[in-house]
Design a protein around this ligand. Structure first.
Ligand SMILES: [Zn+2]
Length: 66
């Protein structure tokens, strides 16, 4: 079912759901971490989102790990 375009943004990574290395589509999203509205505008963080082309599971990794 997964018709995957031979895109340059397709990478091979280990998928926790599949339990082996599969092809993933990777994108970057800016997500706002706003539990409280207090400093919401300062808590926009880039996240790396990789989607397994086998099972569709998304793995989200925060890019600012400092
Ligand atoms: Zn998977």
């Amino acid at each position: 079912m997964a018709t995957q375009p031979a895109g340059a943004d397709s990478v091979r990574e280990r998928c926790g759901e599949c339990g082996h290395t599969t092809s993933h589509r990777v994108r970057v999203e800016i997500r706002t971490e706003s539990q409280t509205a207090e400093n919401a505008q300062f808590s926009r963080e880039p996240y790396r989102v990789s989607t397994c082309s086998e099972c569709g599971t998304e793995s989200v990794t925060r890019m600012n790990n400092a």
